[in-house]
Design a protein around this ligand. Structure first.
Ligand code: DHB
Ligand code: FE
Length: 282
């Protein structure tokens, strides 16, 4: 039986990818932020999953504004790196997990999550930056990936309830897969940030810390937070945090908090990062 062994949450700031790619991680501005991921890189070496289901959003990089799926799952053998305007990031191609992904897509659709199925997909910073933060700069990524794209860039976005429920359905579907696989679910994006308009640069660390506490301890309350509250409190891009709810839903009712990190700012963003594991026998 496949099983979900951990959940990872992390911001996916594109400037973080650029800092890695341009060899600037030791600079004064970046060093404290990258230091916060040293624990995680070591932890990942000891807890490397066979497959990571990475919940992320496409930033109108591959999909564009003409096609905007609410939920979409990549079931291909591999996923190329998207050119977001400066050429694709110089990171390895992302290897897929087509058998598990096909099983998940079928199971989720029959559970009434109308998942768009992607036989072709190029992934942007929303997916590659978390991989760089957790794995560093290997020649080949050490885990297979199932990209799960969530629309958070255009209204209407899926509700928090839908995202938490999707996580629960993912857990059920993974546990119905016969092969003995170690699977992680990652939620990316956030925390508070606004990259446009008069409030560009908005950061709300008290909101972010409370969100993390609630995500760990009472996600069922968090699922009712309206999109408007994210926008008011956490900026127009803060709504990316609903993707963390998918991850949390996949871990069951109770979790252990293995690691937490906050850092302000990175580019326009409040960086947040959690490693959670499902509580034994919960
Ligand atoms: C920034 C953060 C993001 O999550 C993103 O997708 C784009 C930009 C930023 O802080 O600049
Ligand atoms: Fe983003």
């Amino acid at each position: 039986m496949a099983r979900i062994t951990a959940g990872i949450a992390t911001s996916h700031v594109p400037a973080v990818g650029a800092a890695i790619d341009m060899g600037r991680t030791e600079e004064d501005y970046w060093k404290p932020m990258f230091a916060g991921y040293e624990f995680s890189k070591t932890w990942m070496k000891d807890n490397n999953p066979d497959v990571a289901i990475i919940v992320y959003n496409d930033h109108a990089s591959y999909f564009g504004m003409d096609i905007i799926p609410t939920f979409a799952m990549g079931i291909a053998e591999s996923f190329a790196i998207c050119d977001e305007g400066y050429g694709p990031r110089p990171v390895p191609v992302v290897q897929g997990a087509p058998e598990l992904a096909t099983h998940l897509a079928a199971s989720l659709i029959l559970d009434d999550f109308d998942m768009t199925v992607l036989n072709v997909l190029e992934v942007d910073h929303g997916l590659t930056v978390p991989m760089s933060l957790m794995f560093g700069t290997p020649d080949k990524w050490p885990t297979k990936v199932i990209p799960l794209a969530v629309n958070v860039v255009m209204y209407p976005q899926p509700s928090g309830e839908r995202c938490l429920a999707l996580g629960k359905a993912i857990r059920d579907a993974v546990e119905q897969f016969d092969e003995d696989l170690n699977v992680q679910v990652w939620g990316t994006g956030g925390m508070s940030h606004q990259i446009q308009g008069a409030r560009a640069g908005l950061i709300n660390l008290p909101f972010d810390r409370k969100f993390m506490d609630d995500l760990v301890n009472q996600p069922e309350v968090l699922q009712y937070k309206p999109h408007l509250e994210y926008m008011i409190e956490a900026g127009s891009e803060g709504v990316e945090l609903i993707m963390w709810l998918v991850m949390r839903g996949a871990l069951g009712d109770h979790v252990d908090e293995v690691y937490r990190f906050n850092h302000v700012p990175a580019s326009n963003t409040s960086v947040g990062h959690l490693i959670l594991t499902p509580k034994e026998n919960a």
